[in-house]
Design a protein around this ligand. Structure first.
Ligand SMILES: CC(=O)SCCNC(=O)CCNC(=O)[C@H](O)C(C)(C)COP(=O)(O)OP(=O)(O)OC[C@H]1O[C@@H](n2cnc3c(N)ncnc32)[C@H](O)[C@@H]1OP(=O)(O)O
Length: 207
């Protein structure tokens, strides 16, 4: 089995570590672009160095960074390396057998993904979130803890749905949108903006 490296050292990365331990992965340690973290220990595993260390290695990797633009940037960096992105799926999840799941994804404890949904690459479906039938979650999306998506929802690349938000069936959420915590999204949301409230309304554009 190839050794597995976790990119990122935040609290989120410790959630990923726990899942990989539960899955019996052979974990080498962490990598991080912040030099101050190097040679420290996280839950008994070393922070080994920069992400570029992976250039020299044939390794399994998961990017454990919740900030979508940063996670996307590192995903693109890894595309020229000889590494294998893996999924980190907590054993306590319910994923329908007819779900099409990409790679480099975190599916955290208690998450549910229902039938015929499609999940891209480098996605986070966080603790206790539900994605209902025939939904489409594109690359680099973060579905936060406790979010509920109705059936036939589309979440476009790079969008972030905040904690506890609900999205009505059939809604499309545009690229790079942020939905505020607790929002109820009843209409399609145009790309590159922040929306919040019940029902969700635009707060500001994202440049
Ligand atoms: C495991 C984990 O921790 S995963 C982490 C998941 N993270 C989240 O869920 C965070 C989601 N982010 C939010 O909800 C943020 O508050 C955002 C993105 C909606 C807004 O953030 P900012 O752009 O910094 O806006 P800011 O805090 O200045 O608020 C702007 C206005 O929106 C209001 N607002 C902010 N958040 C919300 C919200 N969730 N619902 C309703 N209104 C909100 C503010 O009261 C403010 O109103 P005002 O202009 O009348 O004073």
């Amino acid at each position: 089995m190839k050794k597995t490296y976790i990119i990122g050292t935040s609290g989120h990365s410790r959630v990923v570590l726990d899942i990989l331990e539960k899955r019996g992965q052979d974990i080498a340690g962490f990598l991080d672009e912040d030099e101050a973290t190097h040679d420290t220990m996280i839950n008994n595993y070393p922070v080994i160095g920069y992400v570029s260390k992976l250039k020299e290695l044939e390794a399994s990797v998961i990017i454990a960074i919740s900030h979508n633009p940063t996670r996307r940037k590192i995903f693109n960096q890894l595309s020229s390396y000889n590494v294998q992105l893996i999924n980190a799926i907590h054993p306590d999840t319910t994923i329908n057998s007819h779900v099409d799941l990409g790679t480099g994804n975190l599916i955290a404890a208690g998450a549910v993904i229902n039938s015929n949904s499609v999940i891209g690459d480098n996605v986070i479906i966080n603790t206790g979130a539900t994605v209902d039938y025939e939904s489409r979650i594109e690359d680099h999306v973060h579905i936060s803890p406790g979010v509920n998506l109705g059936g036939n929802v589309t979440v476009k690349e790079g969008a972030h749905i905040g904690i506890g938000a609900s999205v009505l069936p059939g809604v499309t959420i545009g690229e790079n949108v942020t939905v505020g915590a607790g929002a109820v999204v009843i209409n399609n949301l145009e790309a590159n903006a922040v929306y919040a409230g019940v029902p969700a309304e635009k707060v500001r554009d994202i440049n």
